[in-house]
Design a protein around this ligand. Structure first.
Ligand code: DX5
Ligand code: ZN
Length: 218
């Protein structure tokens, strides 16, 4: 079964604990936490203190997506705060292998992410060192953008490469996922779907939105 990772970027931060409890009850697999620094992406979101607060209200794995420059300076803070998976962008830091090793040594799973314009070849050499590959299906920086269908062949290619090389890494897709496109993304080979707006801003409510995503992918 595909894993669902609600992105709290679209949550109501004044009711974050409550909303995390609701996604957990509705069957979410991870809590996806988008960290933005206003440099790597043109937006600022949240940092390690928020991760620490979330850690106290849920047992679900915290899937931290770092959209920041110099991730190596913050890895320990996020692991200390309770992050289970830490994903860094291949475009953000030249010494990627070092930071991936740092994440693992600190006790978390390590992921690598790539923007829509970044070719798969940029991450291939790191595949033996990661537990998760995050393919962005929007340009990182903001929630609520439209899914870019041109990323579907890239997801399928990544699936093929992981399978051919016998890699067990999760293949996560992030950006604009909703009940209309989730099946296609799952068919292309994703194992984890991130969804922000389509869960937290759903008119039908959080629980019904998760149920719809599940139905769409099963
Ligand atoms: C984009 C973030 C995504 C985003 C997902 O920079 O990495 O996780 O918040 O939100 P939706 O599903 O609304 O695109
Ligand atoms: Zn994300």
């Amino acid at each position: 079964m595909i894993k669902l990772a609600p992105s709290i970027l679209s949550a109501d931060f004044a009711r974050l604990g409550e909303q995390i409890e609701e996604v957990a009850k509705a069957g979410a697999d991870y809590i996806h936490v988008d960290v933005m620094d206003g440099h790597f992406v043109p937006n600022i979101s949240i940092g390690a203190p928020v991760v620490a607060s979330i850690r106290r209200v849920t047992k679900l794995p915290l899937d931290v997506h770092l959209m920041i420059e110099h991730p190596e300076q913050y890895v320990h803070d996020f692991v200390q705060a309770g992050a289970n998976i830490i994903t860094v962008h291949v475009e953000a830091y030249p010494r990627l292998l070092k930071v991936l090793q740092m994440i693992k040594k600190a006790g978390a799973k390590a992921g690598v992410s790539l923007k829509p314009a970044t070719p798969i070849s940029a991450v291939e050499e790191f595949l033996p060192h990661v537990d998760l590959v995050l393919v962005m299906s929007v340009n990182p920086g903001f929630g609520g953008q439209s899914f870019m269908p041109e990323t579907l062949p890239k997801i399928a290619d990544m699936r093929k490469i992981l399978d051919e090389k016998g890699r067990k890494a999760e293949l996560e897709v992030d950006g604009g996922i909703n009940a209309e496109n989730a099946r296609e993304v799952a068919r292309a080979g994703a194992t984890v779907l991130v969804a922000g707006n389509s869960i937290f801003r759903a008119e039908e409510g959080i629980t019904a939105a998760i149920r719809r995503l599940r139905e769409a992918t099963s």
